[in-house]
Design a protein. Structure first.
Ligand SMILES: *Cc1c(COP(=O)(O)O)cnc(C)c1O
Length: 437
């Protein structure tokens, strides 16, 4: 600071130190109204705290508060953003590319679907019935017809249904999900490529949740399937959320396009910005304007220490994958619980063994509530997932369909520490299931 000469902060910004301490105490008290996202026994939703390196990178940079909209707003962090996007592109096997960080996977997908519309005006966009709801919502927003394609009994897009839809000639882009939010199912990206090419359809991959599993997509005992992840390299665009499996605080998604020429669809003029450099400003290739430079710095610093390699960030993902596989074995041997379907990533879906769907639903709800109500050093936090009677039957569950749909249980094993406590978690949930009746 000294190099720019001294100055005094304005008096209007002064706050009373006691008032600050009091308000801060109230904040920390109110923040107690949360779930223990950090703890290995929290296996509910896709939530966990950022890595300390990400916090350090974020807070250090936030003191400057750069805005990655334009090079005028934060040249250093804009360059870091291009570096980390380059690393993400390399991970997916994209060579030349166009991409940037976004505030979220939702905005990243909106950008991909916007470009899809511009490239195939008048044509629709297809996604699986299990795709994130953002796809149908964004189609509505963009004025594009969205087509939900049926899923198979593993929750993956059904290619026969896709082919029938593509034959109508009404689809310009197909969204394939690499890790559905509900089940962690991976659409058959590799098998769809030829089909889509034949029908002149582009492929966008929504890897918001599953993208970082590319690092362990090696068909090994504690890895995930290689083929669908390798096939992303030949797809037209991909979305990934560093704020899910990339150890980042919220506010960090990313979209990447394989063809840099799509930049043409973002063309706009701004009389306010873009002065200091003729280099590309990130705001010239994104729909958002102001965006946190601290997010880029946090990811940049994290990837310096845990790079996008199997040994780097990949080693953070493998324990969760192992935990999911181990749990599938325990569920197969359990008389109390059953796996809803085999896990493809680190998301496990399971249900209390009951005769009627209404009882599966009621017991699942009780397990969710009772798990959270246990003493805090014993509590277990799961989530539920609504399934139809048909989806259960398709997976071979002989449950009487006395109601059309009901809740099963769902757990996201995204913290590596969960692996070591998995057997105890399984035993506890079995006990909760017995108690639930
Ligand atoms: C989480 C998720 C999204 C939405 O991303 P946000 O970052 O929550 O906005 C989209 N698609 C998939 C597959 C997701 O898992």
């Amino acid at each position: 600071m000294d190099e720019f000469g001294p100055y005094a902060p304005h008096g209007s910004l002064d706050v009373d130190a006691t008032a600050l301490a009091g308000a801060h105490a109230e904040l920390t008290t109110r923040l107690r109204d949360n779930y223990p996202f950090f703890h290995p026994r929290y296996i509910g939703q896709m939530l966990k705290p950022p890595h300390p390196a990400a916090v350090l990178g974020y807070v250090t940079t936030m003191l400057i508060n750069p805005n990655n909209h334009a090079l005028d707003g934060g040249p250093a962090t804009a360059r870091m953003e291009r570096e980390v996007v380059g690393q993400l592109a390399t991970m997916f096997g994209f060579g030349e590319h166009l991409g940037h960080l976004t505030s979220s996977g939702t905005i990243a997908n909106l950008e991909a679907l916007f470009v899809a519309r511009e490239l195939h005006p008048g044509k629709g966009i297809a996604y699986s019935a299990d795709a994130h709801y953002t796809h149908s919502r964004m189609c509505h927003l963009l004025g594009v017809t969205g087509h939900a394609v049926a899923t198979d009994r593993a929750g993956r897009m059904d290619l026969d249904a896709l082919e029938a839809l593509l034959r109508t000639g009404s689809v310009g882009t197909v969204v394939m999900t690499a890790g559905t939010t509900g089940l962690g199912a991976i659409d058959p990206i590799d098998q769809a490529a030829e089909l889509c090419t034949r029908h002149g359809a582009r492929i966008h991959v929504d890897a918001a949740y599953g993208g970082f599993f590319r690092l362990i997509a090696d068909d090994s005992a504690d890895g995930v399937a290689a083929a669908p992840f390798q096939a992303i390299a030949d797809c037209d665009s991909v979305v990934i959320d560093p704020h899910k499996h990339g150890l980042q605080p919220y506010g960090c998604g990313a979209v990447l396009f394989r063809d840099p020429a799509v930049a043409a669809h973002y063309v706009h003029d701004s009389p306010y910005t873009y002065f200091t450099s003729d280099d590309m400003h990130l705001g010239e290739i994104s729909l958002e304007c102001s965006r946190s430079g601290a997010s880029a710095a946090a990811l940049w610093l994290t990837l310096k220490l845990l790079p996008l390699t199997p040994e780097g960030l990949g080693a953070v993902l493998r324990p969760g994958r192992r935990a999911a596989l181990r749990w599938a074995e325990l569920l197969a041997a359990s008389t109390e619980l059953a796996a809803y379907q085999a896990p493809e990533l680190d998301i496990v879906t399971y249900l209390p063994r009951r005769d009627r769907l209404s009882d599966v639903d009621r017991s699942s709800g009780r397990i969710l509530d009772a798990g959270m109500a246990l003493r805090s050093d014993e509590a277990v936090f799961v989530a539920t997932y609504d399934v139809t009677a048909d989806a259960l039957a398709a997976r071979g569950h002989t449950v009487t369909a006395d109601v059309g749909h009901g809740r099963v249980l769902r757990s996201v094993l995204m913290k590596p520490e969960t692996e070591t406590v998995l057997p105890q978690l399984h035993a506890r949930i079995e006990q909760l299931s017995r108690d639930a009746g």
